[in-house]
Design a protein around this ligand. Structure first.
Ligand SMILES: NC(=O)c1ccc[n+]([C@@H]2O[C@H](COP(=O)([O-])OP(=O)(O)OC[C@H]3O[C@@H](n4cnc5c(N)ncnc54)[C@H](OP(=O)(O)O)[C@@H]3O)[C@@H](O)[C@H]2O)c1
Length: 228
């Protein structure tokens, strides 16, 4: 009855799937979500967790998840905003098509805001609500540079949204933090990445299960605070 319930976005593969695996191992009731129903259901079945379809860029899809959660569970304890895209490797901002910039911002920055906003009433029914935004060192203002430009801007915006949400929710039980998983061997990270998915997921799971005296409104890597 007191088993915490978690939603993870973009979890049919990569870091999202590993975060689901680690949350389940921590005794959490995981709802694995994915935009592709067949891939998501297969991943959830293999892991032994529940599945719900979710395209984070669609308000209709997010509303449908919120309604299902309200009816099935009645609240939400943990939200991990993990879904992301990086189609702009090797591109330069001064030449990028606006359509690609908009797509990256919609998926990596606007969507986590949308999902957090829509699920906030359910999170506020939890005793220990936790939101984790999977960001990136490429979004760090302290080391901002060229390369994957829309991706960098989207993750910087996600970091800003994390800080804004945390400030708005100060005084409530909600804790919302961002993390950099490091360079991880996934479809996005590629085979040369030095980190395993297990290592990459660790800080996200730690933030998802923070105790009541844990931090909020921070950016973390390897369980330590880093510069925005
Ligand atoms: N790998 C790294 O080195 C690294 C480093 C820093 C940060 N990150 C961040 O970590 C997160 C996970 O990345 P990853 O490495 O696991 O990448 P990945 O293997 O490419 O997985 C990305 C996931 O996001 C999903 N997704 C994309 N758009 C979606 C949408 N509109 N709705 C729902 N799901 C959507 C994908 O679903 P489909 O299968 O349907 O495409 C896939 O499940 C991302 O936010 C990424 O920016 C990764």
């Amino acid at each position: 009855m007191d088993q915490p319930v978690a939603v993870v976005t973009g979890a049919n593969r990569g870091l999202g799937l590993e975060i689901c695996r680690q949350l389940k191992a921590a005794g959490i009731d995981v709802i694995l979500t994915a935009r592709d129903a067949a891939k998501g259901q297969a991943a959830a079945d293999a892991l032994g967790v529940r599945f719900h379809v979710l395209d984070v860029t669609s308000q209709i899809s997010v509303d449908a998840l919120a309604l299902w959660l309200a009816l099935e569970v009645g609240h939400l304890d943990i939200l991990v905003n993990n879904a992301g895209i990086m189609p702009d490797g090797g591109l330069m901002l001064r030449r990028m098509k606006m359509a690609m910039i908009n797509e990256v911002l919609a998926t990596n920055a606007t969507a986590p805001i949308r999902v957090t906003q829509t699920l906030m009433p359910l999170l506020l029914k939890s005793r220990q609500p936790r939101v984790v935004n999977i960001s990136s060192a490429l979004g760090q203002m302290a080391s901002m540079g060229a390369g994957t430009p829309a991706y960098r801007i989207s993750k910087a915006a996600l970091n800003a949204a994390t800080a804004v949400f945390a400030a708005e929710m100060a005084g409530t039980a909600v804790k919302i933090n961002a993390c950099n998983p490091g360079w991880v061997a996934t479809d996005m990270g590629g085979d040369d990445a030095p980190r395993s998915k297990q290592e990459g997921a660790d800080t996200a799971v730690w933030l998802a299960t923070l105790p009541a005296d844990g931090p909020s409104g921070g950016f973390f890597q390897d369980r330590k605070r880093i510069d925005w």
